[in-house]
Design a protein around this ligand. Structure first.
Ligand SMILES: [Zn+2]
Length: 549
């Protein structure tokens, strides 16, 4: 059952005032427990007489703590009287007020696991004292042994946590960061990670590398109680102990920013080198790795090095859905939609497909023999039409009535660049109403404007044809839905005057479909087993429409 929890930043010795406030909140909110994520006590060098009096009262039990409250060791030392009391009372400063120590874990009476690493980071060994305001890499590494946590509280921020975030923050208020804390968060994968700072900051949620459903962490850093800039100092939320990760990523979720850079690199070279080349949409199918850039300058790769060439031993055959005479289909690596995006497609296939020429060619226009080009284009369109038929059949309002309208339409996009390596089309289902209402068309136009591209989409049929016949590079979108029988096309001419974002198609459709966090395929990595399952599900669904069978 989910419970209400409340977390605060620094209290800085305003003990009576704070616990009075907490009592008022507690009577209304009935929190399961509270956490103080920053310094509970005032700076001992500048403690006022009022604060000293409060402290004495608190230790004597004369200030009522209204709910189980855990406090961390902040970035400055605890008062001596506090340390003495904690050492003699097993960490309980007064009824309901429990110290989490420099490194520790508690399991609350409701079953929540809270892990804390407090103090400021020191190189070498930290003092042995459990309540010293110092922690070492060793402490942080040892805390990984707790394996899991619902809530992680650290006095310093995980290194890299602001990477990949759009949430504004005044960097001057950023507390110290530590790689050891990033590694700890990556190991424990808590639902919430709290810290404290002079100003409030909340990062977009991020998911950890793992098979879906992926664990998600929300990182928040709270401002001090009673701060002058009225920055948020308290945060209440509901949580279930050991909650399962959500099946769908919350809006704006990003990949974890917390992998140390050396690990990021290792991942990239081992697991992602293939994907980077094949699915970066830049038609650049060259294997990367050590000498990537050198290779790039050495001219186009031959088919033996190209991941879109079936003759290449590295071609991932487990994702091939159909092979025709001139073209073939694969399921997309890191598909934009999730398995939940299009329920009409069943529970195992997200809907994203690539239509790829068998021949190794940079663009369709660069095929010199007009007859060969025409028959290739014809087969790619035939695949497209078969996929449309599959979507229509799967999404009829009345499955028994072939005349009833289908809920799904589709778009197909092509990036045609003479500097490309092995051209392909990306095929994506989309609600048919988005096409008939002009939403898809508008989304592409608006995004091109927002990106300040100097060229505009041609949308009138004559302009579309002209834009392609000029022989230059272009980005093309083909739209289909049953109620727009001739389909719609739009073409954006590309020229050397601007840098075209190769993820443009995914970015636009990600926004439109509420999948913005999946705009880059690299954020949607899957295991080989998942890829195999999705391809098998696709083949089964496509079989009745597959003209090659
Ligand atoms: Zn090729």
């Amino acid at each position: 059952m989910s419970q209400k929890i409340v977390v605060t930043g620094d209290i800085n010795g305003k003990l009576s005032e704070f616990f009075t406030k907490l009592s008022t909140l507690q009577s209304r909110q009935n929190f399961a427990f509270a956490i103080i994520a920053g310094n509970l006590f005032a700076d001992s060098d500048s403690t006022s007489s009022e604060e000293a009096e409060d402290l004495a009262k608190l230790i004597k039990g004369d200030i009522q703590v209204p709910v189980s409250t855990y406090f961390t060791v902040g970035r400055r030392a605890l008062p001596e009287a506090v340390v003495e009391k904690l050492n003699s009372s097993d960490g309980e400063l007064c009824p309901n007020l429990i110290a989490l120590g420099r490194k520790g874990r508690v399991k609350t009476s409701d079953g929540f696991k809270v892990v804390a690493v407090g103090g400021s980071h020191c190189t070498g060994d930290a003092p042995k004292d459990l309540y010293a305001a110092k922690y070492s890499d060793k402490d942080a590494h040892a805390a990984k042994g707790y394996n899991e946590a619902d809530i992680l509280v650290t006095s310093e921020w995980p290194a890299g946590v602001r990477d990949g975030s759009k949430a504004a923050f005044d960097a001057s208020a950023e507390p110290p960061t530590a790689e050891a804390i990033s590694e700890l968060c990556t190991t424990l994968k808590p639902c919430y990670h709290f810290s404290s700072s002079d100003l409030f900051w909340e990062r977009e949620p991020f998911f950890h590398a793992s098979d879906p459903p992926r664990p998600i962490t929300r990182f928040l850093s709270l401002a001090p109680f009673g701060n002058a800039s009225k920055s948020k100092w308290i945060y209440a939320f509901s949580l279930e102990p050991s909650a399962e990760p959500p099946m769908q990523l919350p809006p704006d979720t990003t990949a974890s920013p917390l992998l140390p850079s050396r690990k990021r690199k290792a991942l990239d070279t081992q697991q992602d080198s293939f994907n980077t080349m094949r699915f970066s949409n830049n038609h650049d199918s060259r294997p990367r790795g050590g000498g990537g850039n050198k290779r790039r300058k050495a001219g186009p790769p031959d088919p033996g090095q190209c991941y879109f060439c079936l003759s290449n031993a590295q071609c991932e055959s487990h994702m091939i859905g159909s092979i025709g005479t001139e073209a073939y289909l694969t399921t997309a690596k890191g598909p934009l939609p999730t398995l939940a995006t299009f329920p009409d497609l069943g529970p195992a296939f997200p809907g994203h497909i690539l239509i790829i020429p068998v021949a190794h060619t940079a663009t369709l226009a660069s095929i010199e023999d007009p007859a060969a080009r025409a028959s290739l284009e014809a087969e790619m369109h035939q695949y497209r039409a078969s996929l449309h038929a599959m979507l229509a059949a799967r999404s009829r309002a009345d499955p028994a009535d072939p005349a009833s309208p289908s809920r799904l339409g589709a778009i197909t996009w092509e990036i045609s660049r003479s500097s490309g390596v092995h051209t392909h089309w990306q095929f994506l289902p989309v609600p048919a109403s988005h096409i008939s209402a002009g939403l898809v068309e508008a989304a592409f136009s608006v995004e091109a404007e927002n990106a300040h591209y100097p060229t505009k989409f041609a949308t009138a049929p004559a302009d579309v044809a002209a834009a392609q016949q000029q022989g230059g590079d272009y980005f093309k979108v083909m739209m289909w839905s049953e109620d727009v029988p001739l389909g719609k096309e739009m073409v954006l001419p590309l020229d050397a005057t601007f840098r075209f974002d190769l993820q443009f198609g995914r970015r636009v459709m990600g926004k439109l479909l509420g999948l913005g966090e999946r705009a880059h395929w690299k954020d949607c990595g899957q295991s080989r087993a998942e890829e195999e399952r999705e391809c098998e599900a696709f083949k089964e669904m496509f079989a009745p429409f597959d003209f090659t069978l």
